[in-house]
Design a protein around this ligand. Structure first.
Ligand SMILES: [Zn+2]
Length: 485
C-alpha cells in the first residue's frame, strides 16, 4: 500500500477557519478512494500574505528526506506554494527524495498534456481569481455543513450563541403570530396595527409593511436554509411549522406581492482597459428623465477626473458587439486556421529560442572542456589534491546539467498540437456568455473608434510575444475591431 502525508495551508483572510478541515476532508476522501494510507498531516494555519514562514511546510520538506512515505497530498496545487519558481524547487527536492506531489482536486496525468495543464493552472491570473472565490464559497460551505452561522445579517427572531443560530423566544413569538394571522387571512396592515397596539415594535417603531412581508417570505423560519442548490436544515431552528409556511407562501403568490429584481451582470467587468489613459473601464448606471435605468461602461480615470476624454459606451451595445464578433469569428474555419498556424509558429520559435536550454548547453560545453584539460593533465602525471577535488566537482556538475537539460528538453517536447489548439478555442463556443468571456478573453483595450480584444492562448510563448498577432480586423458602426492572440 502506498503511503502519504497531507499538507494543508490556510492562506486567505477571506476564508473561514474551517477550511483547513475542508482541505483535510477532501484529501482523506481522495486517499481512501485511491488506497493510500495517510501517515501524517502538516498544517500551516492563519498565514497572511506577508507572514509566509510556513513552519510545517519546511518540516514536511525536511521529513521527505527520510523517505518514509510516497506522496504529499494537497487539496490544490496552490496550497503547495504560490510562487511558480518556489514550486519547481520544492517539487524537485521531493522528487529527489522519491516523493510525489498529488493534488486531490486537480487530476494531472504525467503526460505532456498533464504538464501543460499544470502550467496553465499555475499561470492564468483569471483562473486564479475565479478559484479564489470558489475557495471562499467552499470555506463558507464548511461552515454551513457544521450548522454554524456564516456571518452577515441575522433575521428577526434569532440570535447567535456559540457560533450557532438559536431562537430568540420573545421575538419568535412575534414571528409565529405574524404567520398565523396572515395564514388566517388577516391583512398585513391589520397585523401591524394589532402588534403596535400591544406595544410590540421593531427598533422603536411600528413594523414596516416590507419588514412583515420579508418575514412572511423567509423560508429560514421553517427551518430550511438554501444556498445555491444545497439545502441546510441544521442551521436555523424551526420557528414556523412547514405547513403554515407553505400556506403563507401560496397566499403571497396568489396576491402577487413582491417584485423580483433581476441582478444586472456586467459581462466585461474586469476585462476592459482604457486605450487612452490605461485605467480600467468600470460599470456605470444612471437614470434617464423618463426614469429608465441606463447602463454604461466608463473610464475609471475619467470618472476620477484625470483628464481622460474617453466617452462612455452603452453596456448592452458593447457586450453585444464583442460577443457577436468573437463568436462569429471563432465559428469561421478560416479564422481558426489562422489562429492555429500562428500559434504553431510561435510555439516553434519559443522552443528554438528557449534560453534556459541554451545556457545549460553552453555551461555543459565549458565543463567538458575543463574536464578534458584536467584529464590531459592527469595523463601527464599532474595529480594533486586540488585536481582530484576539482575533477569531482566538475563531474557532479556535469551530471546535474545533463539532468536539467533532459528536463528542459522534455519540456520543449511538450507541444500543443493543431488539433488541441482547435479544441481549445472551439470549447469556448459551448460556454455561456460570462464563462466564454472569462475563458477566452485576456483583456480588451477600448478606444472611441477602436476595440482591441486580446485572447488567452493554450501554448507557451516568450514574454515578448505577449502581445501576439492579429487574427481578425473588421469594422462596425465606424468602430474598428481587432482580435489579437
Ligand atoms: Zn481613460
Amino acid at each position: 500500500m502506498k503511503t502519504a502525508v497531507i499538507y494543508a495551508r490556510y492562506s486567505s483572510d477571506n476564508q473561514s477557519e474551517q477550511s483547513i478541515e475542508g482541505q483535510l476532508r477532501v484529501c482523506e476522501e481522495y486517499a481512501r478512494s485511491h488506497d493510500i494510507l495517510i501517515l501524517d498531516t502538516y498544517i500551516d494555519r492563519a498565514m497572511t500574505g506577508t507572514n509566509d514562514n510556513r513552519a510545517d511546510f519546511q518540516r514536511m520538506i525536511k521529513d521527505s528526506g527520510k523517505r518514509d512515505w510516497n506522496y504529499v497530498l494537497v487539496y490544490k496545487l496552490d496550497r503547495f506554494s504560490r510562487d511558480k519558481y518556489a514550486t519547481a524547487v520544492h517539487k524537485k527536492t521531493l522528487k529527489d527524495n522519491g516523493v510525489k506531489l498529488i493534488s486531490a482536486t486537480e487530476h494531472i496525468p504525467d503526460t505532456p498534456e498533464g504538464i501543460i495543464f499544470e502550467s496553465m493552472l499555475e499561470g492564468y491570473a483569471e483562473y486564479y481569481s475565479a478559484e479564489l472565490s470558489q475557495k471562499v464559497r467552499r470555506g463558507m460551505n464548511e461552515t454551513r455543513q457544521k450548522g454554524n452561522f456564516t456571518g452577515g445579517f441575522l433575521i428577526y427572531g434569532y440570535k447567535v450563541e456559540n457560533k450557532k443560530v438559536v431562537i430568540d423566544d420573545e421575538r419568535a413569538e412575534v414571528v409565529r403570530y405574524i404567520f398565523e394571522q396572515y395564514s388566517l387571512g388577516v391583512y398585513v396592515k391589520d397585523i401591524i396595527a394589532s402588534l403596535t397596539a400591544r406595544g410590540i415594535l421593531n427598533r422603536g417603531k411600528p413594523f414596516a409593511r416590507n419588514t412583515v412581508y420579508n418575514i412572511l417570505k423567509n423560508e429560514k423560519y421553517s427551518g430550511i436554509y438554501r444556498h445555491n442548490d444545497e439545502v441546510f436544515e441544521n442551521m436555523y431552528p424551526q420557528i414556523v411549522p412547514l405547513e403554515i409556511f407553505e400556506r403563507v407562501r401560496r397566499k403571497i403568490n396568489a396576491n402577487k406581492y413582491g417584485k423580483r429584481s433581476i441582478e444586472v451582470v456586467y459581462l466585461l467587468r474586469h476585462k476592459l482597459k482604457c486605450g487612452y489613459c490605461g485605467q480600467p473601464i468600470s460599470a456605470e448606471c444612471g437614470t434617464s428623465k423618463t426614469g429608465d435605468k441606463k447602463r454604461y461602461y466608463k473610464c475609471f480615470g475619467r470618472k476620477n477626473h484625470n483628464g481622460c476624454k474617453k466617452s462612455m459606451i452603452r453596456k448592452d451595445y458593447l457586450e453585444n458587439l464583442i460577443l457577436s464578433t468573437v463568436i462569429d469569428e471563432l465559428s469561421k474555419p478560416k479564422t481558426l486556421d489562422r489562429i492555429v498556424s500562428g500559434l504553431l509558429a510561435e510555439q516553434e520559435r519559443f522552443i528554438k529560442e528557449n534560453s534556459i536550454i541554451n545556457v545549460l548547453l553552453r555551461e555543459k560545453k565549458q565543463i567538458e572542456t575543463s574536464l578534458e584539460n584536467i584529464m590531459a593533465a592527469i595523463e601527464q602525471g599532474v595529480i594533486t589534491n586540488t585536481t582530484t577535488k576539482r575533477l569531482k566537482e566538475l563531474e557532479a556538475r556535469q551530471e546535474e546539467l545533463e539532468r536539467q537539460i533532459l528536463i528542459e528538453r522534455s519540456k520543449n517536447a511538450v507541444r500543443v498540437s493543431a488539433e488541441e489548439i482547435r479544441e481549445y478555442y472551439k470549447a469556448a463556443l459551448a460556454l455561456e456568455a460570462q464563462m466564454l468571456i472569462n475563458y477566452l478573453v485576456k483583456d480588451i483595450v477600448l478606444y472611441d473608434d477602436k476595440i482591441e480584444i486580446y485572447f488567452n492562448k493554450p501554448t507557451r510563448t516568450s514574454p515578448d510575444e505577449n502581445r501576439g498577432f492579429s487574427v481578425f480586423t473588421g469594422t462596425a458602426d465606424n468602430i474598428e475591431i481587432e482580435i489579437i492572440i
